[in-house]
Design a protein around this ligand. Structure first.
Ligand SMILES: Cc1ncc(COP(=O)(O)O)c(C=O)c1O
Length: 473
């Protein structure tokens, strides 16, 4: 009998990204630079413009973090959260609550990814209404063109072209998941319409959908405070988030903010944690907030759900327990490392630094790129989270055909210029254009900003020239 054997060697064993090739592999990193291997060649000293996926807050190879991790490994003992807690998860929750506006949050649950945090938020929303004996409040409102994760519940409340193939497995868009318009000023705010009027139009759409779908059957409204990968860091128009807060109060809905990508210090104006502090007063805090990414800064796999006092009270007055839990929820090692990382960020004023340096980066990019003819139509963002949107024509905002591959080509040109960015393709029907996302680490300084701006301008010019030669720009 012949026993089938696997080939001695194959190009890639990893079922991720390109299946038959290892593609780009990070092989090292220090501070704001990474070393990347591609086709057997190591490219060292690539400037990290996006810290993976807006993950790294402290840069790479941080020796203090390595020591923190070594100590945590010696002390942490695993416990299964549904039957036994641990001190690091309690301390991390207290830290997040203490460093958020007073009264905003009362408890937190720690999980391992942003998708899981959103899945758990949905479970908490469901149980909250069961605790209050309102079982008919089941419908979830969220936005067109949004991203909340790759698991099925998180995909259901998201919407973007990558979700479409999974539609047979997702929540029904009429019965369970109601979609409202995205807040996308660059394309959807009408010419001559003020920011406030645009917000009112969006809020009217929300209230109309609430009324059309019976408010007594609606549970929550979920939005990303500063949308990341699907729309590209468009700050919410004035009055929009406070307006959602008011409508949630009026119709007894949970207000859920997803700050997985924009939160935990990336874009906070007060040297603290939450992005919404740019747009909402302390007493307008969300009822639930999901976080992740910079919480563990890429050193540990951790994300979380922050829960406000209203929800905690419903649980304590009700069953006082949570149904089920994940094996690695409240993981002591992850919580302990994340807590030490967050304390270090606070002590060193790094949230303040990224807010200031990130805004400088954004301003310099706007000044440099929007002052002459090239493929950049818009440069937008706040703090440490910015995007460029590419257009064929700045006046009409016409997008490039998806087949022109503007985003992947921009990423490759940036890489050839020793800069890593996240590049995202536009949609077939042109509801968004190609974009590039920037989310540097919190430790950047002016020299970093200068290097990044220089590399971006060089890459934009190169691609503009290529597209012009092809007759596409
Ligand atoms: C806003 C938002 N929510 C949720 C997620 C999912 O997080 P994760 O990839 O850690 O599952 C992401 C990931 O990019 C995100 O940007």
């Amino acid at each position: 009998m012949t026993v089938p054997t696997s080939p001695v060697s194959q190009p890639s064993y990893s079922f991720q990204c390109v299946v038959d090739s290892p593609g780009f592999q990070v092989v090292g990193g220090k501070g704001v630079y990474i070393d990347v291997e591609k086709d057997g060649q190591v490219h060292s000293g690539v400037l990290d413009g996006v810290t993976g996926a807006a993950v790294g807050a402290l840069g790479w190879g941080n020796e203090e973090v390595q020591e923190i991790m070594a100590n945590a490994a010696k002390e942490a003992v695993y416990s299964f959260a549904p039957i036994m807690g641990n001190k690091p998860s309690e301390e991390l929750a207290k830290f997040y609550i203490d460093n958020s506006p007073k009264g905003a949050f009362s408890a937190a649950l720690w999980v391992c990814s942003g998708s899981e945090s959103n899945e758990n938020a949905l479970r908490i929303i469901r149980q909250y209404f069961l605790e209050r004996n309102l079982p008919n409040k089941t419908k979830l409102i969220s936005r067109e063109l949004s991203y909340h994760g790759y698991t099925l519940g998180a995909q259901s409340i998201s919407w973007n072209p990558k979700v479409l193939p999974f539609e047979p497995y997702l929540m029904n868009r009429e019965k369970t998941n109601i979609k409202i318009n995205s807040a996308y000023p660059y394309r959807l705010q009408k010419s001559g319409e003020t920011e406030e009027a645009y917000s009112e139009r969006l809020l009217k759409d929300l209230e109309d959908k609430i009324l059309a779908n019976d408010p007594d059957t609606i549970a929550s409204v979920t939005v990303e405070t500063l949308p990341g990968s699907t729309l590209g860091t468009c700050p919410p128009p004035k009055g929009y988030l406070p307006g959602i807060r008011k409508l949630c109060n009026k119709y007894d809905l949970i207000f859920h903010l997803d700050e997985v990508m924009c939160g935990t210090g990336r874009s906070n104006p007060n040297g603290k944690l939450n992005c919404w502090e740019n747009y909402l007063a302390d007493n307008e805090a969300p009822d639930i907030q999901t976080v992740g990414k910079t919480l563990g800064s890429g050193y540990v796999s951790i994300a979380g759900v922050l829960v406000g006092p209203k929800i905690v009270e419903a649980f304590t007055k009700g069953s006082n327990s949570i149904f089920g839990g994940n094996t690695y929820s409240s993981h002591a090692f992850n919580c302990s490392v994340a807590l030490a990382i967050q304390k270090k960020i606070l002590k060193e004023g790094l949230t303040e630094n990224i807010f200031k340096m990130g805004n400088l980066m954004g301003k310099r990019l706007q000044d440099a790129l929007l002052s002459y003819s090239n493929i950049v139509g818009d440069v937008r963002g706040i703090g440490g989270f910015w995007s460029l949107e590419f257009v064929k024509d700045r006046a009409t905002k016409d997008v490039f055909d998806v087949a022109t591959n503007v985003a992947p080509r921009f990423k490759q040109i940036c890489f050839d210029n020793k800069l890593s960015v996240m590049a995202l393709s536009g949609t077939e029907e042109g509801t968004t254009g190609d974009r590039a996302l920037l989310a540097p680490s919190f430790i950047i300084d002016e020299a970093y900003v200068n290097e990044l701006v220089e590399k971006i301008v060089k890459s934009v010019d190169q691609l503009t020239k290529e597209l012009h030669a092809e007759g596409k720009f």
